[in-house]
Design a protein around this ligand. Structure first.
Ligand SMILES: Cc1cc2nc3c(=O)[nH]c(=O)nc-3n(C[C@H](O)[C@H](O)[C@H](O)COP(=O)(O)OP(=O)(O)OC[C@H]3O[C@@H](n4cnc5c(N)ncnc54)[C@H](O)[C@@H]3O)c2cc1C
Length: 481
């Protein structure tokens, strides 16, 4: 069944414009308040507080769980924004008390320290200090996540709690002692923001928890597809409606008594929407996935989705390159299965790269697809070929050039999913080979940083320009006096 979005899904520039307009709203409302005269540093300090507080609140909807926010961008881009916005929010919050005392500091450093100590220790400012502390711990635990000895779920729970402490502390601080926010229209505005955060939390952890229980799915079968890789056939339980989705999207999945949104895991749908139910291809890689092959048939499964923009519907194109590395073949397989089901006629070039031949999943199905589609296949294993049609080594520039041979790079779309370094290398090489950046789409299974492609760097520049626009807004607010 095809997926029709419930709410309009905005593209990147529209979302950036909406973000900026909304961030400037508290500054505009502050202008309507009559407050005691303030110098430019105090105005800048207040503006940074207002913009940072709004930015913190928005972080709750840029978590990748709201399709109307992340639907047109995909999880990679929305997580990149989420991470970078956290940094400018933190920077503004650290500068917020400093800018208040800066003029005093310049004239009399001792008095400057006394004022700063007062802001950090006076009980009236406690909620603001707690908010700042929570945000700093949140950012440190996120940057150091891979080094922390905690299960991912514990980190995720802490992340939500620290985020709530930071934003609620910040809201309390604003309405308790804020120069502009303590009364009038801005106090009402922050009340609405608090309400909005309540609605977001109720949606994520109340409504979605209820949906996981009200609309259960069942595990129909688990089959081994490669070394430590399993295919799950999941079907809606009686009364559960089918899931409308596009091939290549992903769902959040939980099972049995773990059916709570904080305990779910993202998995790409390795299936065509033209088939009933969902197929997931899961690689053992940690606490949850290591047990996936032992799940009994009939086990209740919770499915939340679909999410993501890694789809052909979103990309179009006269010819298609599909490139999967390791378990990154999962969404690629879904797209291929859907192309077969739809009787696709465009030329399709598919490369599947693994470390060892034992890691290849569904090889026979891929080979058989050649008789139904205009498909050419590159199967690559770093560790020896073992079979005639398997090439040894990686997806080099020469091999990517072969894949594009006879195709117009400008009319071709590439969808890449795999380990970070492979995605980066392949994406950059395809750009070198003449493909426009907008035609190269990728999804990574890990949000952690790591290697960055040219497209990542372009994305970073775009996101930073949003941060720069916010800084200009703050400066304008201060300079207008
Ligand atoms: C959009 C997307 C699609 C994915 N599709 C597939 C797929 O089709 N097949 C597949 O095998 N894997 C897929 N993954 C990766 C899969 O979600 C993780 O391997 C799995 O969640 C690991 O859980 P664990 O408890 O077994 O391992 P852990 O040891 O808990 O985690 C290993 C790593 O997996 C990531 N991870 C763990 N839990 C989560 C979570 N709840 N949310 C986000 N990341 C998490 C973290 O980076 C963590 O460091 C996908 C990931 C993303 C983001």
């Amino acid at each position: 069944m095809q997926h029709k979005p419930f709410l309009p899904r905005l593209n990147g520039p529209a979302l950036a414009a909406a973000y900026l307009l909304a961030a400037f709203l508290p500054l505009g409302l502050a202008r309507t308040q009559s407050v005691a005269p303030a110098d430019q540093w105090e105005l800048a300090a207040a503006a940074m507080g207002l913009v940072a507080l709004w930015g913190m609140a928005v972080q709750f909807v840029t978590s990748g769980r709201f399709e109307s926010v992340s639907g047109r961008l995909g999880i990679d881009k929305i997580m990149a924004f989420h991470k970078m916005a956290a940094l400018w929010v933190a920077l503004a919050l650290v500068l917020h008390p400093l800018a208040y005392v800066l003029p005093t500091w310049a004239e009399d450093p001792d008095l400057g320290w006394i004022r700063l100590r007062f802001y950090l220790t006076d009980p009236a400012y406690l909620s603001g200090v707690v908010a700042l502390g929570a945000l700093i711990v949140l950012i440190l635990t996120s940057v150091l996540r891979d080094a922390l000895p905690w299960p991912y779920e514990a980190w995720r729970g802490l992340h939500v709690i620290l985020g709530l402490v930071a934003v609620l502390g910040g809201l309390h601080h604003a309405v308790a002692v804020g120069r502009f926010s303590a009364q009038g229209v801005l106090a009402g505005f922050w009340g609405l923001v608090a309400l909005g955060i309540g609605v977001v939390m109720a949606t994520l952890y109340g409504w979605r928890w209820w949906q996981l229980h009200r609309r259960p799915w069942r595990l129909a079968s688990v089959s081994k597809r490669a070394d430590r890789m399993w295919e799950l056939d999941i079907q809606p339980a009686p009364g559960t409606p089918p899931l409308p989705y596009h091939a290549g999207q992903f769902v959040w999945m939980t099972e049995g008594r773990r059916r709570f949104p904080l305990l779910d895991h993202p998995f790409s749908i390795a299936d065509s929407p033209r088939r009933d139910g969902l197929s997931l291809l899961v690689k053992e890689s940690g606490d949850f996935t290591n047990r996936i092959g032992d799940l009994p048939e009939g086990r209740v499964i919770g499915i939340d989705g679909p999410y993501g923009e890694f789809t052909l519907e979103a990309q179009g194109g006269a010819a298609v390159l599909l490139i999967g590395g390791g378990v990154g073949i999962a969404p690629i397989l879904g797209i291929l299965r859907d192309m077969r089901a739809r009787g696709e006629t465009r030329p399709v070039r598919l490369a599947y790269a693994v470390g060892q031949p034992a890691n290849f999943a569904c090889l026979e199905e891929l080979r058989a697809a050649r008789s139904a589609l205009d498909l050419r296949l590159w199967l690559l294993s770093e560790d020896g070929p073992h079979e005639d049609d398997i090439l040894e080594g990686r997806l080099t520039r020469t091999r990517l050039g072969e894949m594009l041979d006879g195709l117009d790079p400008v009319q071709t779309r590439a969808l890449i999913c795999g380990p970070g370094p492979m995605v980066v290398g392949v994406s950059d090489t395809l750009l070198d080979l003449g493909m426009p950046m907008r035609n190269v789409v990728y999804e990574r299974f890990d949000y952690a940083g790591g290697a960055r492609s040219r497209q990542d760097r372009a994305r970073t520049r775009n996101i930073l320009s949003v941060g720069a626009a916010l800084a200009l807004g703050v400066a304008g607010f201060a300079l207008m006096g």
